[in-house]
Design a protein around this ligand. Structure first.
Ligand code: AP5
Ligand code: MG
Length: 213
């Protein structure tokens, strides 16, 4: 099964993608997590990506597409994957489509986690992320068992650099201009499924499960 998660920054794409990946035993592939791991390790790619991410801008398609295609070509993706944060532009979606067509394959579902901008701002300030395993928490809504420590891997949780209020505004603008058009793109292909992302984490997951059958 090949699934794409769509939705504004902070809509809960990562939270739900992890749950889907666990249930179906497929990899959770997040371009944001890949960039953050590169930033943490000080790689040239990380240094380049950071320039854009810290301003709430998209990393250029040339860099992003290559990383994603390399990742999904790995053996563990042969039975499917859940993409979180990719594609984010129409050109990215077209490259992915063409790459899949070449191997006679396609995306099965594009799940749009729908959350209005007002709710997003509240979620971002409280988010805590694990840069080691990609798990995401919220200090109020989804707290870890021990404050500041990842339940999954025991490492320290951090506030992401791009979750500062001034950056969140730019990320939302970028989302509406560059990423939202993908909703029509996948709707036209007949694979778009929209779920209400304002409900609790478990309710949202139940709605996604109903869609995936
Ligand atoms: P990325 O890491 O993808 O960030 P994003 O899309 O901005 O999305 P977020 O990770 O912020 O939110 P999310 O939807 O995963 O929500 P989460 O589950 O954490 O990208 C970061 C940057 O990298 C981009 O800005 C760009 O620069 C670059 N980049 C990445 N991919 C790219 C690409 N393809 N092309 C170009 N550039 C790219 O949830 C948010 C919070 O809410 C958490 O605290 C969570 O615990 C909480 N929460 C989740 N669900 C619920 C719920 N149901 N109720 C209450 N709280 C909830
Ligand atoms: Mg995320």
């Amino acid at each position: 099964m090949k699934i794409i998660m769509l939705g504004a920054p902070g809509a809960g794409k990562g939270t739900q993608a992890k749950m889907i990946a666990d249930k179906y035993g497929i990899p959770h592939v997040s371009t944001g997590d890949i960039f953050r791991a590169n930033i943490k390790n000080g790689t040239p790619l990380g240094m380049e990506a950071k320039k854009y991410m810290d301003q709430g801008l998209l990393v250029p398609d040339e860099l992003t597409v290559k990383i994603l295609l390399d990742r999904v070509a790995k053996e563990d993706c042969s039975c499917g994957y859940v993409l979180d944060g990719f594609p984010r532009t129409i050109p990215q979606a077209e490259v992915l489509d063409n790459a899949l067509k070449e191997i006679n394959d396609k995306i099965d579902f594009a799940i749009n986690v729908d959350v209005p901008d007002e709710n997003i701002i509240k979620r971002m300030g409280g988010r805590r992320a694990c840069l080691n395993c990609g798990a995401t928490y919220h200090v109020e809504y989804i707290p870890p068992k021990t404050e500041g420590i990842c339940d999954a891997c025991g490492r320290e949780l951090v506030l992401r650099d791009d979750d500062k209020p001034e950056t969140v505004g730019s990320r939302l603008d970028v989302y509406h201009k560059q990423t939202q058009p993908l909703i029509d793109f996948y709707n036209a292909k007949g694979i778009l499924k929209t779920v209400d992302g304002t409900a609790g984490m478990k309710e949202v997951f139940a709605a996604i499960n109903a869609v995936l059958g």
